[in-house]
Design a protein around this ligand. Structure first.
Ligand code: NAD
Ligand code: UD1
Length: 340
Protein backbone atom coordinates (compact mmCIF):
# COMPACT_ATOMS: atom_id res chain seq x y z
CA UNK A 1 0.00 0.00 0.00
CA UNK A 2 1.26 3.45 -0.91
CA UNK A 3 0.21 6.86 0.34
CA UNK A 4 -0.88 9.01 -2.59
CA UNK A 5 -1.54 12.76 -2.43
CA UNK A 6 -4.22 13.75 -4.97
CA UNK A 7 -4.29 17.46 -5.79
CA UNK A 8 -7.71 18.57 -7.02
CA UNK A 9 -8.87 15.53 -5.07
CA UNK A 10 -12.41 16.76 -4.40
CA UNK A 11 -13.09 17.57 -8.09
CA UNK A 12 -14.81 15.44 -10.71
CA UNK A 13 -11.86 13.33 -11.79
CA UNK A 14 -10.17 13.59 -8.37
CA UNK A 15 -12.98 11.89 -6.46
CA UNK A 16 -13.00 9.02 -8.97
CA UNK A 17 -9.23 8.69 -8.65
CA UNK A 18 -9.67 8.50 -4.87
CA UNK A 19 -12.14 5.65 -5.36
CA UNK A 20 -9.81 3.79 -7.75
CA UNK A 21 -6.82 4.21 -5.44
CA UNK A 22 -8.82 2.89 -2.54
CA UNK A 23 -10.06 -0.08 -4.56
CA UNK A 24 -6.42 -0.84 -5.48
CA UNK A 25 -5.46 -0.82 -1.79
CA UNK A 26 -3.72 2.56 -1.65
CA UNK A 27 -4.21 5.27 0.97
CA UNK A 28 -5.42 8.44 -0.78
CA UNK A 29 -5.03 11.95 0.64
CA UNK A 30 -7.12 14.57 -1.23
CA UNK A 31 -5.86 18.15 -1.38
CA UNK A 32 -7.98 20.98 -2.78
CA UNK A 33 -8.67 24.70 -2.39
CA UNK A 34 -12.39 24.08 -3.10
CA UNK A 35 -12.42 26.76 -5.83
CA UNK A 36 -14.45 24.43 -8.06
CA UNK A 37 -15.63 21.74 -5.66
CA UNK A 38 -16.62 21.20 -2.07
CA UNK A 39 -15.52 18.67 0.53
CA UNK A 40 -19.01 17.14 0.38
CA UNK A 41 -18.41 14.69 -2.49
CA UNK A 42 -15.22 13.31 -0.96
CA UNK A 43 -17.04 12.96 2.37
CA UNK A 44 -19.85 10.98 0.70
CA UNK A 45 -17.24 8.77 -0.89
CA UNK A 46 -15.55 8.27 2.47
CA UNK A 47 -18.78 6.78 3.77
CA UNK A 48 -18.43 3.89 1.33
CA UNK A 49 -14.59 3.75 1.14
CA UNK A 50 -13.23 4.67 4.57
CA UNK A 51 -9.57 4.27 3.53
CA UNK A 52 -9.63 7.78 2.02
CA UNK A 53 -8.31 10.55 4.27
CA UNK A 54 -10.42 13.67 4.91
CA UNK A 55 -9.74 16.41 2.33
CA UNK A 56 -6.99 18.88 3.19
CA UNK A 57 -7.71 22.51 2.25
CA UNK A 58 -4.57 23.99 0.69
CA UNK A 59 -4.02 26.11 -2.40
CA UNK A 60 -1.20 24.58 -4.44
CA UNK A 61 0.36 28.05 -4.79
CA UNK A 62 0.89 28.06 -1.00
CA UNK A 63 4.41 26.65 -0.70
CA UNK A 64 4.54 26.90 3.09
CA UNK A 65 1.19 25.16 3.41
CA UNK A 66 2.43 22.37 1.15
CA UNK A 67 5.71 22.11 3.07
CA UNK A 68 3.92 21.75 6.36
CA UNK A 69 1.58 19.10 4.93
CA UNK A 70 4.54 17.14 3.54
CA UNK A 71 6.34 17.43 6.87
CA UNK A 72 3.45 15.83 8.75
CA UNK A 73 2.14 13.32 6.16
CA UNK A 74 4.25 10.61 4.58
CA UNK A 75 3.57 10.80 0.82
CA UNK A 76 4.95 8.23 -1.63
CA UNK A 77 3.58 9.76 -4.84
CA UNK A 78 1.40 12.59 -6.12
CA UNK A 79 -1.40 12.56 -8.67
CA UNK A 80 -1.73 16.16 -9.81
CA UNK A 81 -5.20 17.12 -10.99
CA UNK A 82 -5.67 20.57 -9.44
CA UNK A 83 -6.31 23.24 -12.04
CA UNK A 84 -8.78 25.46 -13.81
CA UNK A 85 -10.25 23.87 -16.94
CA UNK A 86 -12.80 26.08 -18.72
CA UNK A 87 -11.59 26.90 -22.23
CA UNK A 88 -13.76 30.02 -22.73
CA UNK A 89 -12.90 31.42 -19.30
CA UNK A 90 -9.20 30.93 -20.05
CA UNK A 91 -9.54 33.16 -23.12
CA UNK A 92 -11.10 35.90 -20.97
CA UNK A 93 -8.79 35.47 -17.96
CA UNK A 94 -5.47 34.11 -19.26
CA UNK A 95 -3.37 35.45 -16.40
CA UNK A 96 -5.57 33.71 -13.85
CA UNK A 97 -5.06 30.44 -15.76
CA UNK A 98 -1.29 30.81 -16.06
CA UNK A 99 -1.06 31.82 -12.40
CA UNK A 100 -3.13 28.93 -11.14
CA UNK A 101 -2.18 26.10 -13.48
CA UNK A 102 1.44 26.95 -14.29
CA UNK A 103 2.69 28.86 -11.25
CA UNK A 104 0.66 26.53 -9.04
CA UNK A 105 2.36 23.47 -10.52
CA UNK A 106 5.83 25.04 -10.26
CA UNK A 107 5.20 25.78 -6.57
CA UNK A 108 3.94 22.25 -6.02
CA UNK A 109 7.00 20.74 -7.73
CA UNK A 110 9.34 22.92 -5.64
CA UNK A 111 7.66 21.83 -2.41
CA UNK A 112 7.78 18.19 -3.49
CA UNK A 113 11.45 18.35 -4.49
CA UNK A 114 12.28 19.91 -1.09
CA UNK A 115 10.45 17.06 0.64
CA UNK A 116 12.07 14.46 -1.65
CA UNK A 117 8.68 13.35 -3.02
CA UNK A 118 9.56 12.68 -6.65
CA UNK A 119 6.91 10.24 -7.96
CA UNK A 120 4.42 12.27 -9.98
CA UNK A 121 1.46 11.68 -12.32
CA UNK A 122 0.03 14.69 -14.16
CA UNK A 123 -3.52 15.01 -15.52
CA UNK A 124 -3.06 16.60 -18.94
CA UNK A 125 -5.49 16.86 -21.83
CA UNK A 126 -5.93 15.90 -25.45
CA UNK A 127 -6.38 19.62 -25.98
CA UNK A 128 -2.55 19.84 -26.22
CA UNK A 129 -2.75 18.21 -29.69
CA UNK A 130 -2.92 20.44 -32.72
CA UNK A 131 -6.34 20.38 -34.43
CA UNK A 132 -4.42 20.06 -37.71
CA UNK A 133 -2.61 16.92 -36.52
CA UNK A 134 -3.43 13.29 -37.31
CA UNK A 135 -6.50 11.72 -35.75
CA UNK A 136 -6.73 9.30 -33.97
CA UNK A 137 -3.95 11.06 -32.05
CA UNK A 138 -0.90 9.11 -31.01
CA UNK A 139 1.52 10.51 -28.45
CA UNK A 140 3.73 11.49 -31.43
CA UNK A 141 1.00 13.57 -33.13
CA UNK A 142 1.75 17.27 -33.48
CA UNK A 143 1.06 19.38 -30.41
CA UNK A 144 -0.36 22.89 -30.74
CA UNK A 145 -2.97 23.90 -28.20
CA UNK A 146 -5.34 26.64 -29.35
CA UNK A 147 -6.49 28.19 -26.06
CA UNK A 148 -4.75 29.63 -22.99
CA UNK A 149 -6.10 26.64 -21.03
CA UNK A 150 -4.51 24.22 -23.50
CA UNK A 151 -1.26 26.17 -23.40
CA UNK A 152 -1.12 25.91 -19.59
CA UNK A 153 -1.40 22.12 -19.98
CA UNK A 154 1.38 21.98 -22.58
CA UNK A 155 3.60 24.34 -20.56
CA UNK A 156 3.25 22.10 -17.52
CA UNK A 157 4.17 19.08 -19.66
CA UNK A 158 7.32 20.91 -20.80
CA UNK A 159 8.16 21.97 -17.24
CA UNK A 160 7.90 18.32 -16.23
CA UNK A 161 10.15 17.24 -19.11
CA UNK A 162 12.77 19.81 -18.06
CA UNK A 163 12.46 18.81 -14.41
CA UNK A 164 12.98 15.12 -15.18
CA UNK A 165 15.94 15.93 -17.44
CA UNK A 166 17.61 18.07 -14.75
CA UNK A 167 17.10 15.91 -11.67
CA UNK A 168 17.45 12.11 -11.85
CA UNK A 169 15.35 11.59 -8.72
CA UNK A 170 12.08 12.23 -10.58
CA UNK A 171 9.79 9.58 -12.09
CA UNK A 172 6.98 11.34 -13.99
CA UNK A 173 4.01 10.20 -16.05
CA UNK A 174 1.81 12.54 -18.11
CA UNK A 175 -1.69 11.30 -18.97
CA UNK A 176 -3.57 13.03 -21.78
CA UNK A 177 -7.30 12.59 -21.23
CA UNK A 178 -9.79 12.56 -24.06
CA UNK A 179 -13.42 13.27 -23.01
CA UNK A 180 -14.07 12.00 -19.49
CA UNK A 181 -17.76 11.32 -18.83
CA UNK A 182 -19.99 9.22 -16.60
CA UNK A 183 -19.80 8.66 -12.88
CA UNK A 184 -19.00 6.07 -10.21
CA UNK A 185 -21.56 3.27 -10.22
CA UNK A 186 -22.40 3.98 -6.55
CA UNK A 187 -24.02 7.25 -7.66
CA UNK A 188 -22.40 9.17 -4.77
CA UNK A 189 -19.85 11.04 -6.91
CA UNK A 190 -20.02 12.42 -10.44
CA UNK A 191 -19.66 15.52 -12.56
CA UNK A 192 -21.17 18.57 -10.93
CA UNK A 193 -20.39 21.75 -12.89
CA UNK A 194 -21.36 25.09 -11.39
CA UNK A 195 -23.75 27.16 -13.53
CA UNK A 196 -24.69 26.19 -17.07
CA UNK A 197 -22.48 23.30 -18.23
CA UNK A 198 -20.17 23.76 -21.24
CA UNK A 199 -19.64 20.07 -21.88
CA UNK A 200 -22.05 17.76 -23.61
CA UNK A 201 -22.84 15.06 -21.05
CA UNK A 202 -23.55 17.35 -18.07
CA UNK A 203 -25.74 19.46 -20.37
CA UNK A 204 -27.68 16.36 -21.48
CA UNK A 205 -28.17 15.43 -17.81
CA UNK A 206 -29.53 18.87 -16.94
CA UNK A 207 -32.04 18.61 -19.80
CA UNK A 208 -32.99 15.12 -18.63
CA UNK A 209 -33.54 16.47 -15.10
CA UNK A 210 -35.78 19.24 -16.44
CA UNK A 211 -33.35 21.95 -15.27
CA UNK A 212 -32.61 23.14 -18.81
CA UNK A 213 -35.21 23.18 -21.56
CA UNK A 214 -33.30 21.81 -24.54
CA UNK A 215 -29.88 20.80 -25.76
CA UNK A 216 -28.31 22.74 -28.60
CA UNK A 217 -26.40 20.54 -31.02
CA UNK A 218 -23.50 22.64 -32.23
CA UNK A 219 -23.49 21.92 -35.96
CA UNK A 220 -24.67 19.03 -38.15
CA UNK A 221 -22.52 19.82 -41.17
CA UNK A 222 -19.20 18.35 -40.04
CA UNK A 223 -17.48 15.81 -42.29
CA UNK A 224 -18.56 12.94 -39.99
CA UNK A 225 -21.01 10.08 -40.69
CA UNK A 226 -24.06 11.95 -39.26
CA UNK A 227 -22.67 15.49 -39.51
CA UNK A 228 -22.30 16.05 -35.72
CA UNK A 229 -18.99 16.30 -33.86
CA UNK A 230 -17.21 13.08 -32.92
CA UNK A 231 -15.34 12.60 -29.62
CA UNK A 232 -13.68 9.83 -27.65
CA UNK A 233 -15.80 9.63 -24.46
CA UNK A 234 -14.04 7.67 -21.75
CA UNK A 235 -15.78 6.48 -18.59
CA UNK A 236 -14.32 8.43 -15.68
CA UNK A 237 -13.76 5.19 -13.71
CA UNK A 238 -11.70 3.75 -16.58
CA UNK A 239 -9.77 7.03 -16.62
CA UNK A 240 -9.24 6.84 -12.85
CA UNK A 241 -7.93 3.28 -13.15
CA UNK A 242 -5.44 4.55 -15.74
CA UNK A 243 -3.86 6.62 -12.96
CA UNK A 244 -3.44 3.56 -10.77
CA UNK A 245 -1.83 1.77 -13.73
CA UNK A 246 0.53 4.72 -14.25
CA UNK A 247 1.58 4.62 -10.58
CA UNK A 248 2.40 0.96 -11.07
CA UNK A 249 4.93 1.62 -13.84
CA UNK A 250 6.52 4.82 -12.46
CA UNK A 251 9.57 3.08 -11.00
CA UNK A 252 10.41 1.58 -14.39
CA UNK A 253 10.62 4.95 -16.18
CA UNK A 254 14.26 5.67 -17.01
CA UNK A 255 15.76 8.68 -15.18
CA UNK A 256 15.55 11.82 -17.30
CA UNK A 257 12.47 10.71 -19.23
CA UNK A 258 8.76 11.45 -18.90
CA UNK A 259 6.23 8.77 -19.85
CA UNK A 260 3.37 10.34 -21.83
CA UNK A 261 0.24 8.33 -22.60
CA UNK A 262 -3.21 8.98 -24.04
CA UNK A 263 -6.19 7.88 -21.96
CA UNK A 264 -9.04 7.25 -24.37
CA UNK A 265 -11.00 4.37 -25.84
CA UNK A 266 -10.08 4.74 -29.50
CA UNK A 267 -13.79 4.76 -30.41
CA UNK A 268 -15.31 7.95 -31.82
CA UNK A 269 -18.92 8.75 -30.83
CA UNK A 270 -21.01 11.49 -32.44
CA UNK A 271 -23.19 13.97 -30.54
CA UNK A 272 -26.23 12.32 -32.10
CA UNK A 273 -25.13 8.82 -31.10
CA UNK A 274 -24.47 9.92 -27.53
CA UNK A 275 -27.91 11.53 -27.18
CA UNK A 276 -29.68 8.53 -28.69
CA UNK A 277 -27.78 6.12 -26.43
CA UNK A 278 -28.64 8.23 -23.38
CA UNK A 279 -32.32 8.22 -24.35
CA UNK A 280 -32.34 4.47 -24.92
CA UNK A 281 -30.58 3.32 -21.76
CA UNK A 282 -32.33 5.78 -19.44
CA UNK A 283 -35.74 5.91 -21.12
CA UNK A 284 -35.79 9.71 -21.17
CA UNK A 285 -36.34 11.94 -24.22
CA UNK A 286 -33.83 14.76 -24.67
CA UNK A 287 -35.32 17.86 -26.31
CA UNK A 288 -32.82 19.32 -28.77
CA UNK A 289 -32.32 21.67 -31.65
CA UNK A 290 -29.47 22.07 -34.09
CA UNK A 291 -27.68 25.42 -34.10
CA UNK A 292 -24.51 26.62 -35.81
CA UNK A 293 -21.06 25.25 -34.97
CA UNK A 294 -19.41 26.36 -31.72
CA UNK A 295 -16.34 28.50 -32.52
CA UNK A 296 -13.12 26.58 -31.97
CA UNK A 297 -14.69 23.11 -32.24
CA UNK A 298 -13.16 20.45 -34.46
CA UNK A 299 -14.98 17.66 -36.31
CA UNK A 300 -13.24 14.66 -34.75
CA UNK A 301 -11.07 14.19 -31.65
CA UNK A 302 -10.13 10.61 -30.94
CA UNK A 303 -7.30 8.76 -29.20
CA UNK A 304 -5.07 6.01 -30.37
CA UNK A 305 -4.93 4.19 -27.01
CA UNK A 306 -2.39 1.50 -27.98
CA UNK A 307 0.58 2.95 -26.12
CA UNK A 308 -1.32 3.05 -22.81
CA UNK A 309 -2.33 -0.54 -23.35
CA UNK A 310 1.19 -1.78 -24.05
CA UNK A 311 3.06 0.39 -21.57
CA UNK A 312 0.60 0.77 -18.69
CA UNK A 313 -1.21 -2.53 -19.23
CA UNK A 314 -4.42 -0.52 -19.10
CA UNK A 315 -7.45 -0.42 -21.37
CA UNK A 316 -10.85 1.25 -21.06
CA UNK A 317 -13.40 -1.48 -20.25
CA UNK A 318 -16.69 0.37 -19.85
CA UNK A 319 -19.12 1.08 -22.70
CA UNK A 320 -20.97 4.18 -23.90
CA UNK A 321 -24.09 2.64 -22.36
CA UNK A 322 -22.31 2.47 -18.98
CA UNK A 323 -21.26 6.10 -19.34
CA UNK A 324 -24.83 7.25 -20.06
CA UNK A 325 -26.40 5.11 -17.32
CA UNK A 326 -23.89 6.12 -14.64
CA UNK A 327 -23.92 9.82 -15.56
CA UNK A 328 -27.69 9.90 -15.18
CA UNK A 329 -27.75 7.87 -11.94
CA UNK A 330 -25.54 10.53 -10.32
CA UNK A 331 -27.24 13.54 -11.94
CA UNK A 332 -30.71 12.36 -10.97
CA UNK A 333 -29.71 11.64 -7.39
CA UNK A 334 -27.72 14.83 -6.90
CA UNK A 335 -30.65 16.89 -8.23
CA UNK A 336 -33.16 15.03 -6.05
CA UNK A 337 -31.05 15.24 -2.90
CA UNK A 338 -29.91 18.81 -3.70
CA UNK A 339 -26.22 17.99 -3.22
CA UNK A 340 -23.97 21.07 -3.11
P1 NAD B 1 -12.57 19.92 -11.44
O1 NAD B 1 -12.69 21.40 -11.55
O2 NAD B 1 -13.77 19.14 -11.03
O3 NAD B 1 -11.38 19.54 -10.46
C1 NAD B 1 -10.21 20.33 -10.34
C2 NAD B 1 -10.03 20.60 -8.86
O4 NAD B 1 -8.86 21.40 -8.67
C3 NAD B 1 -11.21 21.37 -8.26
O5 NAD B 1 -11.72 20.63 -7.16
C4 NAD B 1 -10.60 22.70 -7.83
O6 NAD B 1 -11.22 23.22 -6.68
C5 NAD B 1 -9.13 22.32 -7.62
N1 NAD B 1 -8.19 23.42 -7.76
C6 NAD B 1 -8.12 24.36 -8.75
N2 NAD B 1 -7.10 25.20 -8.51
C7 NAD B 1 -6.51 24.80 -7.35
C8 NAD B 1 -5.43 25.28 -6.58
N3 NAD B 1 -4.75 26.37 -6.93
N4 NAD B 1 -5.09 24.62 -5.46
C9 NAD B 1 -5.77 23.52 -5.06
N5 NAD B 1 -6.83 23.03 -5.74
C10 NAD B 1 -7.19 23.68 -6.86
O7 NAD B 1 -12.01 19.38 -12.84
P2 NAD B 1 -11.78 17.89 -13.32
O8 NAD B 1 -12.67 17.67 -14.48
O9 NAD B 1 -11.82 16.96 -12.20
O10 NAD B 1 -10.30 18.02 -13.89
C11 NAD B 1 -9.17 17.59 -13.17
C12 NAD B 1 -7.94 17.82 -14.01
O11 NAD B 1 -8.08 17.09 -15.23
C13 NAD B 1 -7.71 19.27 -14.40
O12 NAD B 1 -6.35 19.56 -14.31
C14 NAD B 1 -8.19 19.33 -15.84
O13 NAD B 1 -7.51 20.32 -16.56
C15 NAD B 1 -7.85 17.94 -16.34
N6 NAD B 1 -8.68 17.53 -17.46
C16 NAD B 1 -10.04 17.46 -17.31
C17 NAD B 1 -10.83 17.10 -18.39
C18 NAD B 1 -12.34 17.02 -18.27
O14 NAD B 1 -13.01 16.94 -19.28
N7 NAD B 1 -12.91 17.01 -17.08
C19 NAD B 1 -10.25 16.79 -19.62
C20 NAD B 1 -8.87 16.87 -19.74
C21 NAD B 1 -8.08 17.23 -18.64
C1 UD1 C 1 -14.03 20.63 -24.53
C2 UD1 C 1 -12.89 21.60 -24.61
C3 UD1 C 1 -11.59 20.84 -24.39
C4 UD1 C 1 -11.63 20.10 -23.06
C5 UD1 C 1 -12.85 19.19 -23.04
C6 UD1 C 1 -12.99 18.57 -21.68
C7 UD1 C 1 -13.64 23.39 -26.10
C8 UD1 C 1 -13.48 24.01 -27.46
N1 UD1 C 1 -12.90 22.28 -25.89
O1 UD1 C 1 -13.84 19.68 -25.55
O2 UD1 C 1 -10.48 21.70 -24.39
O3 UD1 C 1 -10.45 19.31 -22.89
O4 UD1 C 1 -14.03 19.96 -23.29
O5 UD1 C 1 -13.90 17.53 -21.71
O6 UD1 C 1 -14.36 23.88 -25.26
N2 UD1 C 1 -21.72 19.87 -27.92
C9 UD1 C 1 -23.01 20.20 -28.34
N3 UD1 C 1 -23.81 20.88 -27.48
C10 UD1 C 1 -23.42 21.24 -26.22
C11 UD1 C 1 -22.11 20.90 -25.80
C12 UD1 C 1 -21.29 20.23 -26.68
O7 UD1 C 1 -23.40 19.88 -29.46
O8 UD1 C 1 -24.20 21.88 -25.50
C13 UD1 C 1 -20.85 19.10 -28.83
C14 UD1 C 1 -19.56 19.81 -29.21
O9 UD1 C 1 -19.73 20.59 -30.35
C15 UD1 C 1 -18.64 18.60 -29.43
C16 UD1 C 1 -19.15 17.55 -28.45
O10 UD1 C 1 -20.49 17.93 -28.15
O11 UD1 C 1 -18.79 18.10 -30.73
C17 UD1 C 1 -18.35 17.48 -27.15
O12 UD1 C 1 -18.27 18.78 -26.59
P1 UD1 C 1 -17.62 19.04 -25.15
O13 UD1 C 1 -18.22 18.11 -24.17
O14 UD1 C 1 -17.71 20.50 -24.87
O15 UD1 C 1 -16.11 18.58 -25.31
P2 UD1 C 1 -15.00 19.06 -26.38
O16 UD1 C 1 -15.51 20.10 -27.30
O17 UD1 C 1 -14.42 17.85 -26.99
Amino acid sequence: MSRILVTGGTGYIGTHVLAALSEAGHHAIPLDNFSNSSPAAAERLREITPRIAPPVEIDMRDRLGLASLLAREKVDAVIHLAGLKAVGESVEQPLRYYDNNVRGTVTLLQALADANVTRFVFGSSATVYSPEGTTPSTEQSAVGPTSPYGRTKRLVEQILEDTAAADPRWRIAVLRYFNPAGAHSSGVIGEHPRGVPNNLMPYVCRVAAGQLSRLQIFGNDYPTPDGTGVRDYIHVCDLAEGHVAALGVLEGIPAGEVLTANLGTGRGVSVKELIETFERVNGIAIARETVSRRPGDVAVYCANPEFAQSRLGWKARRSLEDICRDAWRYAERSAREKWP
